[in-house]
Write a protein that binds this ligand. Structure first.
Ligand code: SAH
Ligand code: SF4
Ligand code: F3S
Length: 441
């Protein structure tokens, strides 16, 4: 009998992609991937450390997994990902149920760590690497339509609020050839969409090739493959990259472009390297070059020293840009970052109220933006059943909007033309438009 492992994943898409890499490594070593935590011989949490509430949620899960271990003392229990890297031996010392702590650049060591753990020895590996990209590892994917492809790792931007440079280490890119080989294999396997991933995906570089080159090369492999990418930093949003998106029909017209704050004083304290004016100029350029482009963003409320005036600058930037969507957060101080030393001086209730105002504004804008799509025709890639009902499919537009349609005779992976009939701030609803439905290859 082969041993089986189970991984539960938290945090960003990079972590989800890493879980597929870890599953790839372990499967290669003969492990089975369990679909039920109760039946696994080894259980891992792939963790996120971005904000305190992310960590608290994982601590909660950790303590309710301890009972599994009480029932089955042979169970091996490990922590992967960003909390492993941030907290290191603390995790072993403070949580007796934990056998393995393994950071994001050490996943090749996991088979050995697991062997040791089954032999009764706890282990910890948290070295960060300047070169590890797992380029040669084939990720074990479960979805057959849409794939995440990590093209770079780490981050060198050092935004002063952010723990990622400490948990993920220095920026490094995979060789272009390895990325292209992986996407070719995905195409052979029937995948219809890839999302190129990196903390700062647009600072990708492989010798003379930048991210625009990579994106164009991936898009050229098959003009019916949808190509997405995330996350872009405004500083690396080059004119060449904007042209690449504009000129290739299968590179999706959707850019996630975090702005974080609308106040120049706060942007400077955050070390974001752009001003409000630069950012707005960039948005103007993008919209002029890519008609109909959708933009989403990340915002932080209550960064140290943030005043009402700074906060209003954030709201006014959101009104000016009118994002399709946004991820909105309360500032959470992280040890080792530069902002940690600035203190956390915006009172909790002020942060909460500012965040509410940001969320309310964005909900209104998202609704207005989505309402404008009603009556238009959109081409959507069907990804699976809707959350509500097996009788409906969930698909996505080129601009990354979720559309719910009646099931009809279609299958997952089909691209179909729909007419949008209604909208909420989060979802579009549609019906089949004409008979121009196209089967997936
Ligand atoms: N590399 C990406 C994503 C980083 S994490 C980028 O630069 O956009 C995702 C988001 O979490 C960030 O964009 C930021 O808005 C938020 N975030 C990061 N650190 C945070 C902190 N300490 N408190 C609150 N939000 C934070
Ligand atoms: Fe964090 Fe900034 Fe790097 Fe994004 S760009 S991962 S926010 S340090
Ligand atoms: Fe979280 Fe690490 Fe991603 S801190 S957001 S899982 S890079």
């Amino acid at each position: 009998m082969h041993r089986s492992i189970y991984i539960e994943t938290y945090g960003c898409q990079m972590n989800f992609a890493d879980t597929e890499i870890v599953n790839g490594i372990l499967r290669e070593q003969g492990y089975e991937i369990a679909s039920d935590v109760e039946k696994a011989d080894a259980v891992f949490l792939n963790t996120c450390a971005i904000r305190d509430n992310a960590e608290q949620r994982i601590y909660g899960r950790l303590s309710n997994l301890e009972h599994l271990k009480k029932r089955n003392p042979h169970l091996v229990f490990g922590i992967l990902g960003c909390m492993a890297e941030r907290l290191r031996s603390d995790l072993l010392e403070k949580n007796s149920a934990v056998d393995i702590v393994c950071g994001p650049d050490e996943y090749r060591r996991l088979p050995a760590l697991i062997d040791d753990a089954f032999a009764g020895e706890k282990g910890i590996r948290t070295q960060l690497s300047r070169v590890e990209t797992y380029d040669d590892i084939v990720p074990l994917r479960t979805d057959g339509i849409s794939a995440w492809v990590a093209v770079m790792r780490g981050c060198d931007k050092f935004c002063t609020f952010c723990v990622v440079p400490f948990t993920r280490g220095r920026e490094r890119s995979r060789p272009r050839a390895g990325v292209l080989r992986e996407v070719e294999q995905l195409l052979e396997g029937g995948f219809r969409e890839v999302t190129l991933l990196g903390q700062n995906v647009n600072s990708y570089r492989d010798e003379e090739h930048d991210f625009a080159d990579l994106l164009v090369a991936v898009a050229a492999l098959d003009p019916t493959l949808r190509v997405r990418f995330t996350t872009s930093h405004p500083q690396d949003m080059s004119d060449r990259l904007i042209s690449a998106i504009a000129e290739h029909g299968n590179i999706c017209s959707y850019i996630h472009l975090p702005f974080q704050s609308g106040s120049n004083r706060i942007l400077e304290l955050m070390n974001r390297t752009y001003t409000r004016e630069h950012y707005l100029e960039l948005v103007r350029k993008i919209r002029a070059a890519i008609p109909g482009v959708a933009l989403s963003t990340d915002v932080i409320a209550g960064f140290p020293t943030e005043t009402e005036e700074d906060h209003r600058a954030t709201l006014s930037l959101m009104e000016e840009v009118r994002y399709d969507g946004a991820f909105m957060f309360k500032y959470s101080p992280r040890e080792r970052t530069r902002a940690w030393k600035m203190g956390d001086d915006v009172p909790e209730e002020v942060k909460g109220r500012r965040l509410e105002e940001i969320i309310d504004l964005q909900r209104r804008i998202s609704y207005d933006v989505n309402a404008q799509v009603i009556g238009t025709r959109q081409s959507i890639l069907l990804e699976g059943p809707s959350k509500r009902s097996e009788e409906e499919w969930m698909g996505r537009t080129d601009t990354n909007k979720t559309v719910i349609v009646p099931r009809g005779d279609f299958a997952v992976g089909d691209t179909i033309d729909v007419e949008i009939t209604s909208a909420t701030s989060a979802t579009l609803f549609g019906r089949l438009a004409g008979a121009r439905a196209m089967e997936a290859a």
